[in-house]
Design a protein around this ligand. Structure first.
Ligand code: ADP
Ligand code: G6P
Length: 483
């Protein structure tokens, strides 16, 4: 059995140049946080982009960069500014990301960025081929690298290749609008196993394969002349123990050991003991429904004025893809909404919204999760949403209410939370009211079931299920060929 090569655009860390030296910061996002736990436990090599363009790297730091990455079991693919613009800001995040999240009107179809996407995918494929042995297993991640499986297959025809998509796969009617739909499907079909978070995404993918490529699909197997490709759903979990242990450890801290943020949260709780904190954490992304959430919060305060001075919404938004115009517009919109709502409702002793626009260290995420009575996540579309799972995992006494959009992949496995339609303000306002009023016993009953499920289907189990399915598939495919 050879090694596993993980390949994704983002590595588990991002490098930055600071005061003439290299600093590494943890990457944010479901793919990086989830796979980090898998990678740290095993014999794997992770190939990806360091976060710095060729132009940004001074020659004297090249060695330091390679050292910093190899400490994290990682190796980099070099990208120029022009490549990052076309591949990352361009085709990945102005074409595929909006299209696959059903934001058709945001999707741009530009031939130059498609060409750069192909070129950069080839670079990633070449980086794999340079490091891979025939008995290795290649695990390719996400929408930035959909052509890589076929590009690797061409050079290493017998190697095991798995692909996992961390975002939704849209319905055929949406996917068919992509000018390069055929090439994208053919790229993915270089894999032996293709995984999605939910059965719906899997079904949409198979429908596109059947209707666009006219291939023979039986149940969830795709038959090629010389191979069978399996398509399946693997809902991604979290590192449950890491979050629940961190929350337990957090509770045992003395006042002096607490972070500044925690002390601030405590002061507010002490000054208004029956006040409630509602938390939302996301990357600042239009798919997360942050602007809608703010409007819905305003509606809630108008419909239920008894909660004025009693409820505070904490919004933690991490900066993301800020070179893409839609993200810049969203930033402005959110700033304005927060300002307007705070201006309208604030009193001398109360500001309804606390808004943080930054990445936070893990310890502060735990402060927020454990201090919040309610987590409220309203994606308009989301492949999975790990934040929902992380919140539940940190509720050591099982209190706390999760309000979750039914449009998140996570909603399929989290029926015991309060599910909402992010477009239905009436329902949202009533659900926040219900969450605030929910008896402690009911909160505990719901979270008990959720926690048991999250503990069982954790990220390790997800990775093991994917890998063992890939091994089985390779065997099936071999016996199919030798028949
Ligand atoms: P996405 O992958 O679309 O960003 P997920 O909810 O699946 O959404 O994953 C987000 C991940 O990023 C979570 O693991 C969460 O803990 C982490 N994260 C989100 N916001 C922040 C933040 N401000 N600071 C640090 N980590 C964050
Ligand atoms: C989502 C995507 C990941 C991506 C992450 C952060 O989770 O599925 O592929 O890494 O968002 O986005 P970024 O563009 O910063 O990598």
């Amino acid at each position: 059995m050879g090694k596993t090569i993980i390949i994704s655009n983002r590595l588990p860390i991002q490098l930055q140049i600071h005061n003439g030296g290299i600093t590494a910061i943890p990457s944010v996002g479901g793919l990086a946080t989830g796979m980090k736990s898998v990678h740290s436990g095993g014999d794997s090599l992770w190939i990806g982009w360091s976060g710095l363009t060729d132009e940004e790297i001074p020659e004297n730091l090249v060695g330091d960069i390679d050292d910093a990455l190899s400490k994290h079991g990682s190796s980099k693919v070099n990208l120029s500014q022009q490549e990052v613009d076309g591949f990352y800001y361009g085709f990945s995040n102005r074409t595929v990301w909006p299209l696959f999240h059903y934001f058709l009107e945001y999707s741009e179809f530009e031939i130059e960025s498609w060409e750069t996407y192909k070129k950069v995918n080839q670079k990633f494929a070449d980086a794999i081929v340079a490091k891979a042995d025939d008995d290795d297993t290649i695990w390719v991640h996400d929408y930035q690298l959909m052509l890589v499986p076929q590009m690797v297959r061409e050079k290493l025809p017998n190697i095991s290749i798995g692909f996992f998509l961390h975002i939704p796969f849209p319905s055929f009617e949406i996917f068919r609008t992509l000018p390069w739909r055929k090439e994208v499907l053919e790229g993915l079909l270089g894999s032996d196993l293709i995984g999605f978070h939910t059965y719906d995404y899997e079904r949409h993918f198979l429908s596109s394969v059947r209707r666009i490529l006219g291939l023979d699909v039986s149940f969830n197997d795709i038959y090629l002349e010389d191979r069978i490709i399996k398509v399946d759903s693997f809902p991604m979990g979290i590192d449950y123990k890491k979050f629940s242990d961190a929350a337990l450890e957090h509770q045992q801290r003395s006042k002096a050991e607490q972070s500044e943020l925690q002390q601030r949260l405590n002061n507010h709780k002490e000054s208004a003991p029956d006040a409630k904190f509602i938390l939302s954490i996301d990357r600042l992304d239009y798919t997360k429904g942050i602007a809608k959430r703010l409007n819905a919060f305003e509606y809630f305060l108008t419909k239920y004025p008894q909660y004025k001075e009693k409820v505070r919404l904490i919004i933690l938004a991490v900066p993301s893809r800020s070179n893409v115009p839609q993200y810049q517009l969203l930033k402005r919109e959110v700033d304005e909404l927060v300002g307007r709502i705070n201006g309208e409702f604030s009193t001398v002793s109360w500001t309804p919204i606390w808004y943080f626009y930054r990445s936070m260290p893990f310890e502060n995420l735990i402060d927020l999760y454990t201090s919040s009575d309610i987590a409220w996540l309203t994606p308009i579309r989301d492949g999975m949403n790990l934040v929902a799972k992380e919140y539940v995992a940190t509720r050591t006494d099982k209190t706390g209410v999760l309000i979750l959009s039914e449009m998140a992949g996570a909603a399929n496995e989290m029926n015991e939370s309060l599910l909402i339609n992010p477009n239905n303000f009436e329902q949202i306002a009533d659900t926040i009211h219900q969450a605030i009023q929910m008896p402690k016993e009911e909160q505990q009953e719901r979270n008990d079931v959720l926690q048991k499920r999250l503990e069982r289907y954790n990220v390790e189990r997800w990775a093991n299920d994917f890998m063992s399915s890939l091994t089985d598939q390779k065997e099936n495919s071999r016996s199919y060929v030798s028949r």
